[in-house]
Design a protein around this ligand. Structure first.
Ligand code: CP
Ligand code: NVA
Length: 333
């Protein structure tokens, strides 16, 4: 394995609340610098390369990452599944040693979470998780940044940067209605640590990973955060400030589509469901995208309650913060 001491970003379970807040404040600062001050970065990554190795499709994560690296003056090197031997025809150990000997950072989108762990174990440069079957941590940073902006009541980068997210996020009530998937797992690994309440409804058989639930319960106990699990969407959305969902069919589950659509009957996020379940009257909606019709109605998705496009843009600022922390500052402090 590579020598210890290289910071990686695989899951928020590895980070403290303070380190997560540091990433958020860095993201808020970058957005403010670019959008309000029109400031250049000073190109701290000039001459440096980030290898972006994706074994699955991506719109947001790829565009966010390539444009973030360009802003920092570095070179993004995109390597798709047809370009690189990512766990195919060569061991991940060998790929990690070879690629990390030539670049300054690796970002990878993989199937099994153990793949990203293997890459990190043998890499001599920082590794960033761009989505695995277990976690999608950069997505949750963007969600938190968006919630911060919503609750400072402004999408203005100027207003958002004047308030610390530790003033806006704790105490918010998030309801998850959907699959017990990588996005929910990342929320479970993050929200209880920050004091963000989480109420979850999944169909039977689609519950989140038990080990991650136990981790979240332990963290929630330390911070006095509420964490609830049920099989009833209307129970989960009670008193919710924010309702979140994701596709019912994650990448790699395409063959289960017909069964999943049956099993998720009644889980579609609609205004009627939110109202009947007793969500707060001004509840907001988030979704990591890409979105399918079945999990949320157009009437919610394209309404003023929905912050999905701001959330998508914030992928850029939060990924920029992660790259800045790992490749420029070389620390989450
Ligand atoms: N939300 C997200 O990760 O989108 P992409 O798959 O398009 O990157
Ligand atoms: N749960 C989805 C998230 C996509 C960004 C998937 O893994 O495909």
């Amino acid at each position: 394995p590579a020598p210890p001491g290289i910071p990686h970003y695989l899951t928020h379970a590895d980070l403290s609340a303070k380190e997560i807040y540091n990433l958020l404040t860095l993201a808020i600062q970058h957005k403010y610098n670019v959008k309000h001050l029109n400031k250049s970065s000073g190109a701290p990554l000039a001459g440096k390369t980030l290898a972006i190795m994706f074994s699955k499709r991506s719109t947001r994560t790829r565009v966010a990452t390539e444009s973030a690296v360009a802003y920092l003056g570095g070179q993004p090197m995109f390597l798709g599944s047809q370009d690189i031997q990512l766990g195919v025809n060569e061991s991940l150990l060998d790929t990690s040693k070879v690629v990390s000997s030539m670049v300054d950072g690796i970002m990878a989108r993989v199937g099994a979470h153990s793949d990203i762990e293997t890459l990190a174990k043998y890499s001599t440069v920082p590794v960033i998780n761009a989505l695995s079957d277990k976690y999608h941590p950069t997505q949750i940073l963007a969600d938190l940044m968006t919630l911060h902006e919503i609750y400072v009541s402004s999408s203005s980068s100027y207003v958002a940067h004047q308030t610390h997210p530790s003033k806006t996020l704790p105490g918010l009530r998030v309801a998850w209605v959907g699959d017990g998937n990588n996005i929910l797992h990342s929320m479970l690994a993050t929200f209880p640590k920050l004091g963000v309440h989480l109420s979850v409804a999944t169909p039977k058989g689609y519950e989140p990973n038990e080990e991650i639930v136990r981790y979240a319960q332990t963290e929630a106990g330390k911070t006095n955060t509420e964490l609830n699990f049920s099989y009833y969407p209307k129970e989960a959305v009670k008193d919710a400030d924010i309702i979140v969902t994701d596709t019912w069919i994650s990448m790699g589950q395409e063959e289960e589509k017909a069964q999943r659509i049956k099993d998720f009957a009644g889980y579609r996020v609609t205004s009627q469901m939110a109202e009947e379940g007793g969500a707060k009257s001004d509840w907001k909606f988030l979704h990591c995208l890409p979105r399918k019709q079945e999990e949320v109605s157009d009437e919610v998705f394209y309404s003023p309650r929905s912050f999905v496009f701001q959330e998508a843009e914030n992928r850029k600022w939060t990924i920029l913060a992660v790259i800045d922390a790992l490749m420029v500052k070389k620390s989450f402090d």
